[in-house]
Ligand binder design. Structure first.
Ligand SMILES: [Zn+2]
Length: 171
């Protein structure tokens, strides 16, 4: 594969201590395009898409933020979220101009424990990027799918055509 100057710059911005203390790539040596391709394929194999995952994360983030650091049960009581306030914003490493608030959502359920921020929702929606393997804040696509199954109604597995976004929200 030819060296890609854009990839080189992107990897540089994703290194620990540049935009985020822990960086975005962990120990992952794959190209960023390959990371994205594999993770998006995993989401799509589950019959979902990155927009739906991002929308769910945004909904959970807002609900957690409203509770002002008090643990809050969501998704019919199946998950508990707690918002940890953070100061400032982190620029998107893809240099698109987005700056994500630093507050972290800690989410727990009997089967899942994960953390995410506003930047996660943006990276997933805008770039299909769940972060590299071994990154402190990588969101495993399998966990994202599991969370979606907990919080949203199951999708029709073989629905023809473009999936619509309605019907994705539980009452
Ligand atoms: Zn971006």
């Amino acid at each position: 594969m030819k060296p890609d100057p854009a990839e080189k710059e992107l990897r540089e911005r994703m290194r620990p201590g540049i935009l985020a203390k822990d960086g975005f790539l962990g120990t992952d040596s794959r190209t960023i395009a390959d990371i994205i391709e594999a993770d998006v394929a995993e989401i799509e194999a589950a019959g979902l898409d990155t927009a739906r995952i991002a929308e769910l994360l945004e909904d959970l983030l807002l609900a957690a933020e409203e509770a002002l650091e008090t643990p809050r049960r969501l998704c019919g009581g199946a998950v508990t979220v707690r918002f940890i306030e953070g100061m400032g914003r982190i620029p998107c490493p893809f240099a698109c101009g987005f700056r994500g608030r630093k507050g972290v959502v800690e989410l727990t359920s009997p089967t899942l424990n994960l953390q995410f921020t506003a930047l996660h929702a943006h990276l997933i929606r805008g770039h299909g990027f769940f972060q590299g393997r071994g990154a402190a804040f990588r969101l495993e696509p399998a966990d994202a799918v599991a969370l979606y199954r907990i919080c949203r109604k199951p999708q029709q597995p073989d629905a023809p055509g473009t999936p619509s976004r309605d019907g994705a929200t539980s009452p």
